[in-house]
Design a protein around this ligand. Structure first.
Ligand code: CO
Length: 273
């Protein structure tokens, strides 16, 4: 049922590369964009967000975050921060001194009715997340479930987020609700994806097509060499998207209000530690 297509993109020598480029809102719904970054301290100093969630996956290095509501923490490799900007937050994302952080950051939309929800974040420590183990396969579950292994991560929009590692020759199937839209991003190795066994390798994005009205669907990954990939899938929202910098709303008027509220100090005031 799944249709996978490979989209070769820039190599890891780049400083920043879009995994999902912005602007293709309907196509990627509920996801807005995903960036892969390699950066050092001072790159992402305090800045605001409203109207969506950021999901940050640290692959290498240690990342300090702090925000205008007193949130503070350090993400280690393998950890995820799931931040709900909601009505408005100001935060910084800063590698520890001298370290280069390699990360993925996904922007996940919120429906209009939830855009002004109070801000929150969930730090998802790698060591605390449930793990599904099959022959030659390790699936770390950060949101949703895989083969009956479920994470307790709170979602506004239902999202499955797993990190899949396969030994050469192994395969695994990720079960998904049929109405989800999603993608796979290959971090390491080479394999074949979906019913059509579309080949892809590190740096490729595979977008998962709809299940054609079926209630359930699945994405099968087969490793031709040791493979690591992340899979994100979620329920489309089906609303207009208006993005202006760090604000994502449904109308231009709501963007104007976000800018006014930010300048009026309604996003809180960050205190640097
Ligand atoms: Co940010």
């Amino acid at each position: 049922m799944w249709k996978a297509e490979a989209e070769p993109r820039g190599g890891s020598h780049l400083k920043a590369a879009p995994v999902l480029p912005p602007g293709r809102w309907q196509e990627f719904d509920p996801f807005l964009l995903m960036m892969e970054d390699w950066f050092q301290a001072g790159t992402f100093d305090f800045h605001p967000h409203r109207g969506f969630e950021t999901v940050t996956y640290v692959i290498e290095g240690r990342l300090k975050h702090e925000d205008s509501f007193g949130g503070y923490g350090i993400l280690e490799p393998g950890d995820v921060q799931w931040m709900t900007a909601g009505s408005g937050i100001i935060h910084s994302e800063d590698p520890l001194p001298g370290e280069t952080v390699h990360s993925l950051q996904l922007w996940l939309n919120l429906p209009k009715a939830e855009k002004m929800t109070p801000p929150r974040y969930q730090d998802l420590k790698a060591s605390a997340m449930p793990v599904r183990r099959e022959a030659g396969a390790v699936v770390r579950v950060f949101s949703g479930s895989s083969g009956g292994v479920a994470a307790e991560t709170k979602n506004v929009v239902p999202v499955t987020f797993v990190d899949i590692s396969l030994e050469a020759g192994a395969s695994v199937s990720q079960d998904l609700p049929g109405d989800y839209n999603g993608f796979i991003y290959v971090l390491e190795g080479r394999g074949r994806f979906g019913a059509e066994e579309t080949p892809a390798e590190a740096g490729h994005v595979l977008r998962l097509g709809g299940a054609g009205g079926a209630a359930e669907s699945e994405a099968t990954l087969r490793a031709d060499e040791p493979l690591r990939a992340v899979l994100f899938a979620g329920r489309p929202i089906g609303e207009p998207v208006v993005q202006h910098g760090p604000f994502v709303m449904t109308t231009a008027g709501d963007i104007k209000l976000a800018i006014e509220d930010y300048h009026a100090g309604k996003f809180g005031r960050p205190k640097r530690r």
